[in-house]
Design a protein around this ligand. Structure first.
Ligand SMILES: C[S@@+](CC[C@H](N)C(=O)[O-])C[C@H]1O[C@@H](n2cnc3c(N)ncnc32)[C@H](O)[C@@H]1O
Length: 270
């Protein structure tokens, strides 16, 4: 599943990416571990930055996010701006909606939003500074179909996106969280796959890439044994279409590191 004909790394500049440790370990969860992962999910364990309700002014948007295509699930009703109202209207419309989770510098999603003006995009990145920078690029480039959020996607998507509303979810180079004590922060877990199954419409798909082969194996295991998803279908690459690589992918390609790519269609019938 090593991608052979990858997209051109057009706007890559060398930065401080390192290869990192490549000893990602995972095992098929036992029934007890599976039950624990659901209990942890319900308790909000593993959320990046902790429980957002504990943050001061969690129900207020930051000043810099007012009147911009910026979303925080807990501040949707901040009456100082119509962000929430505008977001709800867009989601309620009939246009296709795609999300990217962990967009980093935003190369992939800004390019995709420009290429597909008829679709709507929502992109999540917990690093607030990165969101701030990407928002400036969105506005500078006149992109009008992309919303950004610095929420942890795991708490943001359930209350804001109706079931079956997404045409695609792109998860490109998620953090591996190598250390045993950090495993709980890993994005992919049984309840996260349930969330994808609920929000992606039948016929939609999950698009996943990683330079950590074993993370790909974990995702492959979790998706393949989930009744809502079909097995990896490489031909879905055509449906994703041409796209810019993410910053991490550009780095991998510049350094000759392999990239694993998977596409999982959401089943029509369960
Ligand atoms: C390894 S970086 C990859 C960034 C980008 N996709 C790329 O390929 O260059 C993973 C990104 O996901 C973000 N992230 C991790 N967990 C997240 C979560 N639960 N919700 C939203 N963003 C998350 C991190 O802050 C980080 O910027």
């Amino acid at each position: 599943m090593n991608e052979k004909n990858g997209p051109r790394p057009l706007d890559y500049q060398a930065t401080s990416f390192s290869q990192g440790r490549m000893d990602f370990a995972w095992e098929k969860p036992t029934p007890e571990e599976r039950a624990r992962s659901y209990a942890d999910w319900r308790a909000g364990k593993g959320l990046i930055g902790g429980d957002p309700r504990q943050r001061p002014h969690f129900d207020k948007l930051p000043e810099w996010g007012l009147h911009r295509p910026f979303l925080r699930a807990l501040a949707l009703d901040d009456h100082r701006a119509a962000n929430g109202e505008r977001f709800r209207q867009e989601i309620a419309g009939a246009r296709p909606v795609e999300i990217e989770i962990g967009f980093g510098r935003g190369d992939f999603i800004l390019d995709r939003a420009r290429r597909m003006p008829e679709s709507r995009f929502i992109a999540y990145e917990v690093k607030t500074k990165a969101v701030h920078l990407a928002l400036r690029r969105v506005e500078k480039q006149g992109i009008e179909n992309l919303w950004l959020s610095d929420d942890d996607v795991r708490m943001s998507v359930p209350p804001t996106i109706p079931d079956g509303r997404l045409d695609a979810a792109h998860v490109l180079f998620p953090d591996p969280w190598w250390k045993e004590q950090h495993k709980g922060k890993r994005l992919f877990s049984p309840p996260f796959v349930d969330l994808l199954a609920a929000k992606i419409r039948p016929g939609g798909y999950l698009h996943f890439k990683s330079d950590v082969e074993q993370y790909g194996e974990l995702v492959h295991y979790l998706l393949s044994q989930h009744p809502a998803f079909s097995h990896h279908r490489p031909e879905l690459a055509d449906q994703v279409g041409p796209h810019l690589p993410t910053h991490r992918e550009s780095w991998c390609r510049a350094h000759g590191k392999p990239v694993w790519v998977y596409y999982y269609p959401r089943q029509h019938e369960l």
